[in-house]
Design a protein around this ligand. Structure first.
Ligand code: TYD
Length: 138
């Protein structure tokens, strides 16, 4: 069975003032050179996001506030992860279908991406995604 994701634990420094989590781009903790950061915020409860896979891009997804469910689908496997820990990132490779569901009203999702934004890297139709998987087994 293909592994759909890896968990990356970032260094967290907590004291009586709160917590501080750090991501050093040159520390080797990430398997790619981060080219882009974006964050999803001001979401509405009941609204889901994602519904795509990437041809090349890898990314790390972090719930920096609140929580959500990350649904992942690959060739032979499915996973549902509950993300709520701001010091934990989920590394997703290319050709993994992802959906984000059940976002809490305070949810902020931070994404570190290995590539600049390129619409042609997206696979947004699920039927097309299945065709890509099929083609990659041949
Ligand atoms: P979209 O991919 O639909 O978001 P999600 O996968 O979370 O549902 O992106 C929303 C819009 O933002 C879409 O018009 C593309 C644009 N966008 C950029 O311009 N740059 C980016 O880095 C990203 C991630 C999206």
């Amino acid at each position: 069975m293909n592994k759909l994701y890896e968990i990356i634990k970032f260094p967290e420094f907590g004291d009586n003032r709160g917590s501080l989590t750090t991501i050093e781009f040159n520390s080797g903790i990430l398997p790619f050179k981060t080219q882009r950061i974006y964050y999803i915020h001001n979401t509405r409860v009941g609204v889901s996001r994602g519904f795509h896979a990437h041809k090349k891009l890898q990314q790390v997804i972090i719930a920096v506030s609140g929580s959500f469910e990350l649904h992942l689908l690959g060739r032979n496997s499915k996973e549902i992860l509950y993300l709520s820990d701001p010091s934990e990132g989920i590394l997703i490779s290319s050709f993994i279908w992802r959906e984000m569901h059940n976002l809490s009203d305070d949810c902020v999702i931070l994404v570190l991406a290995s590539e600049p934004y390129t619409e042609s890297d997206y696979i947004r139709e699920f039927s097309e995604y299945l065709e890509h998987l099929e083609a990659r087994t041949c």
